[in-house]
Ligand binder design. Structure first.
Ligand code: MN
Length: 255
């Protein structure tokens, strides 16, 4: 099995080193192609208006001066061109990718790129409870549970539904407190009203920093709720955003 490991926190992030270690317990054939710098929140962004630099540390570690999507494209077009990966692993992200996070997430977007290329892809993220922890985010839960979360998915690779991906989140608790692994649907968090925090730079110019609003946390029996309850959550996703129930209603409008 050939595994491509990528992320959105950058190739030097702790989470991707952890994920590479986990990947190596499944296969000797692991290649890391990841953004050179942090790309959190870059979603499905592509670099198309400027050139991209790529630095190769060795045959199996390549840093891409672009987005997570760019990194997966570079892996498939350059480094794994002749023998594409059987699996794309993205993460382990520093912070949750639950509910609508998946629409902003670079971590999930990298997995989406794998899915679009017809390769089974899994995004992994470590939830953490307290804001303002920076690089001190504890990965103990992900470290202890990543292999257990991946094992059944990898055992089922032959039956993987084409063009789908799987989103895994490790809860913000100690590994021994985890209640188990649950397959659940994507939730809706509702961040409320996003804020632009105003401040002044050292040269006297105003600047603004995006901050999410107070979480209204509406959905039940979803990844959000189960993560809060102490489960590792596993959510299947796909890229067809069509809202099926609205098809008939819109057709009526155009009659
Ligand atoms: Mn990130």
């Amino acid at each position: 099995m050939r595994i491509l490991v990528t992320n959105d926190d950058g190739i030097d992030a702790r989470g991707i080193k952890l994920l590479e270690e986990v990947a190596r317990t499944f296969s000797d054939d692991v290649t890391v192609v990841a953004p050179a710098e942090e790309q959190s929140g870059k979603g499905r962004s592509l670099t198309i208006t400027q050139p991209m630099r790529i630095r190769s540390y060795d045959d199996r570690h390549h840093a891409v001066g672009g987005t997570p999507t760019d990194a997966v494209i570079a892996a498939l077009a350059l480094f794994m061109k002749d023998s594409p990966p059987d699996l794309v692993l993205s993460g382990i992200n520093r912070g949750s990718n639950l509910a609508e996070d998946v629409s902003y997430s670079g971590t999930v977007s990298a997995a989406m790129e794998g899915a679009l290329a017809g390769i089974p892809a899994i995004a992994l993220s470590q939830v953490y409870a307290r804001p303002g922890m920076g690089d001190a985010v504890p990965f103990a839960c992900a470290e202890a549970w990543a292999r257990r979360a991946l094992e059944p998915l990898i055992a089922g690779l032959a039956d993987w539904v084409p063009n789908t991906l799987v989103n895994v989140n490790f809860p913000a608790i100690e590994p021994e407190q985890v209640k188990g692994i649950r397959v659940v649907r994507q939730g809706l968090r509702d961040y409320g009203d996003p804020q632009l925090q105003k401040s002044v730079d050292p040269r006297g110019y105003d600047y603004y920093w995006l901050n999410v609003g107070r979480v209204k946390h509406r959905s039940v029996a979803t990844d959000l709720e189960l993560s809060d309850q102490g489960y590792v959550t596993v959510t299947p996703l796909h890229l067809d955003l069509t809202h099926d129930p609205s098809l008939a209603r819109l057709e009526q409008l155009y009659r």
